[in-house]
Design a protein around this ligand. Structure first.
Ligand code: LFR
Length: 477
């Protein structure tokens, strides 16, 4: 067996991580080698990511991995948040910092695009939850803003892979979140490209998760440990990767991938795109092994983080563990929030936005000061748990599954207070999975393909991935 190491890169909207998998006496050991904070910022009249900062941080992480892995690095794979993309110029260089999906330019783009192709039709063609953040609306916003046609674009993880020497691809799990891929075939949907007047030639070729896209080249490849590293497209969508990191079998479980967003759903063999799933805006996104992530984006730690930013700006910096502990001691709040109110997806002034909703619903406004943070946090956690329970009820109905178990993975899965509220609200047995489940899934997909899983679109491949995930969940140091 090959004893060389592997590297997983996980791009997050709040932090990016580079992790190393090594084989010590035949057993896997995973170490988070480098983590750095990420956040969009206002530049040139838009909310954008700092691409140079992200790339520098990742390369620093990869170099640190190389310095640890004297046995050499066999493979590298990159996953990350979906929908955002890098535009390339004729030389393949980025045309500028990528927009963040929360930028409000898509409010207008969505309205305008829906006059050319209706939301019902988009939904029917793709099976994907209509979200203003989806790549489709962003590309359309570019066109409205006069970005010239004919510029290639790549979603962020795939961009990083290509920057390091990989072929330009659109990995399927990530591509589905663009809202531009056909539901029953892994191919771009011509009708949508035509309606939005987008150039098909600007989109990269779709490949399944677990595809080798090339070998590392450029300055990083000069390090001897990295010389022969293979670049792999894992499930480039971090959520699909996190779900691939759940080593569960059977048909009685659902998941919450809990981070900035809470993705609440279950894995299906076949998409569900009937009238009810559509009306309720459930999504059918690509999963590993040709399966489907059937879920809904529910708001998540975004609410807490945004409040924390507001309080920190006022001089009181709360940490999440402090807030969780303090929230647990407050009384159960009166009047739950509608956590998916579009206003609460926007950036800034979160305590005020929450109060505005409360007042609209006839509840008293809360004291917005930082000393009242535990009350806000308690309100948010109770409201999230209640929303999860509603969504899970519908998932049981749509999927026909008798749900018994709920796996909570991702950064916010370690919030035991929220897990307890979720167990109470849903009646399900809640399992706390890996905080770094995307990394587990990323490594699992790499090893499944390296160790023989050629045919990456089959259920057998998915089962292999799940076995590797089982091995890796306990291997995180
Ligand atoms: C989670 C996630 C969600 C996607 C949102 C935007 O990090 O990838 O799945 O809907 O971010 O990309």
């Amino acid at each position: 067996k090959d004893k060389r190491a592997s590297i997983a890169v996980d791009l997050g909207a709040e932090s990016c991580r580079v992790s190393l998998l090594r084989w010590v006496k035949g057993k896997p050991a995973i170490e988070l080698v480098h983590r750095f904070v990420n956040a969009p910022r206002e530049v040139d009249g838009g909310l954008r990511w700092d691409l140079a900062m992200i790339v520098d941080g990742l390369e620093e992480g990869v170099r640190r991995c190389a310095s640890i892995a004297t046995e050499g690095v066999r493979s590298i794979a990159v996953d990350g948040w979906a929908v955002d993309y890098v535009r390339l110029d004729a030389k393949g260089l980025p045309l500028g910092d990528p927009f963040c999906y929360r930028d409000e330019r898509t409010v207008k783009a969505e309205r305008s695009l829906h006059r050319k192709i209706g939301p019902e039709r988009l939904r029917e063609l793709t099976g994907v939850q209509l979200l203003r953040i989806n790549t489709l609306y962003q590309l359309y916003a570019d066109a409205l803003d006069g970005v010239p046609e004919g510029r290639q674009w790549l979603n962020l993880p795939e961009y990083i892979l290509s920057r390091w020497g990989g072929a330009r691809v659109a990995e399927h799990t990530n591509a589905t979140h663009t809202q531009m891929v056909e539901l029953y075939k892994p191919q771009w949907c011509r009708e949508i490209f035509q309606a939005a007047e987008l150039d098909l030639a600007c989109a990269a070729k779709i490949v399944p998760p677990g595809t080798e896209v090339g070998r590392l080249s450029g300055p990083l490849a000069e390090l001897p440990e990295l010389r022969n590293a293979v670049l792999i497209a894992p499930a480039c969508h971090d959520t699909a990767s996190a779900i691939a990191g759940i080593p569960a079998t059977g048909n009685d479980w659902a998941y919450i991938s809990s981070g900035t967003w809470s993705l609440v759903g279950t894995v299906l063999e076949q998409p569900r795109n009937g009238e009810e799933a559509r009306e309720e805006n459930f999504t059918n996104l690509g999963a590993v092994g040709g399966r489907i992530c059937f879920h809904k984006n529910v708001n998540g730690m975004w609410l807490i983080r945004q409040c924390m930013d507001a309080w920190a700006a006022g001089g009181r910096a709360w940490t999440v563990p402090e807030l969780v502990a303090a929230a647990e001691k407050t009384a159960k709040p009166r009047g739950l929030l509608d956590v998916d109110d579009p206003d609460l997806l926007l950036a800034g002034r979160m305590p005020q936005r929450i109060n505005a909703q409360r007042v609209r619903k006839g509840y008293e406004a809360l004291d917005e000061g930082a000393e009242n943070a535990p009350v806000f946090a308690s309100l948010i956690f109770h409201s999230l748990a209640a929303r999860y329970a509603k969504v899970l009820d519908r998932i049981a109905l749509h999927s026909g599954k008798k749900l018994k178990r709920l796996f909570v993975v991702g950064g916010a899965s370690q919030n035991d207070f929220l897990n307890r509220l979720t167990a109470e609200a849903t009646g399900l047995e809640v399992f706390r999975g890996a905080a770094e489940s995307s990394t587990v899934g990323n490594f699992a997909v790499q090893l499944a393909v390296l160790e023989g899983g050629r045919d990456a679109v089959t259920g057998a491949y998915a089962e292999q991935v799940s076995r590797w995930a089982g091995l890796f969940v306990g291997a995180i140091g």
